[in-house]
Ligand binder design. Structure first.
Ligand code: DGP
Length: 211
């Protein structure tokens, strides 16, 4: 049996990632599973959810970083089994978010290499689509922006820079596609995402790769 493909949609907060992953999931039915990180309903995910939604809940930056990574490891065997069964797996956020959000905090001795290290050995996506936008001040126009810990425009700008340098440093340009959603409708973004996914689905499945 040919294995499924691991497709990641990454992006800044409120760029339409969740909408696009859900649309893609419908298009790939029935052989597909969508996994959204952080997965907030596991024991580790519950602590992450508390951290994100309760600003009075304090944890050292290193600790919360390792919990986000542990949350990805919790599901790794499950994802590998799905892919081996021939199912495509769509991820909403993954390792790149893990590194970009933590490195953007600019904590001493917590550079991007440190941030990547607990994720070393996780499965590498076959395709990553990064949703970005020019004007980050527009994020605050979206409903609910500002409700959670990282939803501050100045911090999002730092996250964007971290994502960009991360893609330059650790990704293969065949696997990572940057998609600027500025001024585009949901349908236009959907079409551009689908173009990339169709190309991937036509390719022969490769050996698993790892970070
Ligand atoms: P979301 O549910 O996609 O809105 O993500 C919640 C918030 O958590 C969002 O601001 C991005 C941030 N985030 C997602 N994954 C990670 C991670 O692995 N590490 C850190 N530090 N932040 C993350």
């Amino acid at each position: 049996m040919t294995r499924g493909q691991l497709i990641l949609i990454e992006g800044l907060d409120r760029t339409g990632k969740t909408t696009q992953t859900e649309i893609l999931c419908k298009k790939l039915q029935p052989k597909v599973e969508l996994i959204k990180y952080p997965k907030r309903d596991t024991p580790i995910g519950k602590i992450i959810n508390e951290y994100l939604t309760n600003l009075d809940y304090s944890l050292p930056n290193q600790s919360i970083h390792l919990l986000f990574s542990a949350n990805r490891w919790e599901l790794m065997d499950h994802i590998i089994s799905l892919l081996k069964e021939g199912k495509n797996v769509i991820l909403d956020r993954y390792v790149y978010s893990g590194v970009a959000y933590s490195a953007a905090k600019e904590t001493p001795r917590m550079d991007w290499q440190w941030c990547l290290s607990p994720d070393k050995g996780l499965l590498r996506p076959d395709l990553t689509i990064f949703l970005t936008q020019d004007d980050l001040t527009r994020q605050s126009d979206r409903n609910g922006f500002g409700d959670e810990r990282y939803e501050i425009s100045s911090f999002q700008q730092k996250v964007k820079s971290q994502f960009e340098s991360l893609f330059r440093n650790i990704s293969d340009s065949n696997e990572v596609k940057l998609l600027n959603v500025s001024g585009k409708s949901i349908e236009e973004v959907e079409t551009l995402v689908w173009e990339q996914v169709e190309l991937l689905l036509k390719q022969p499945n490769q050996e698993f790769k790892y970070f």
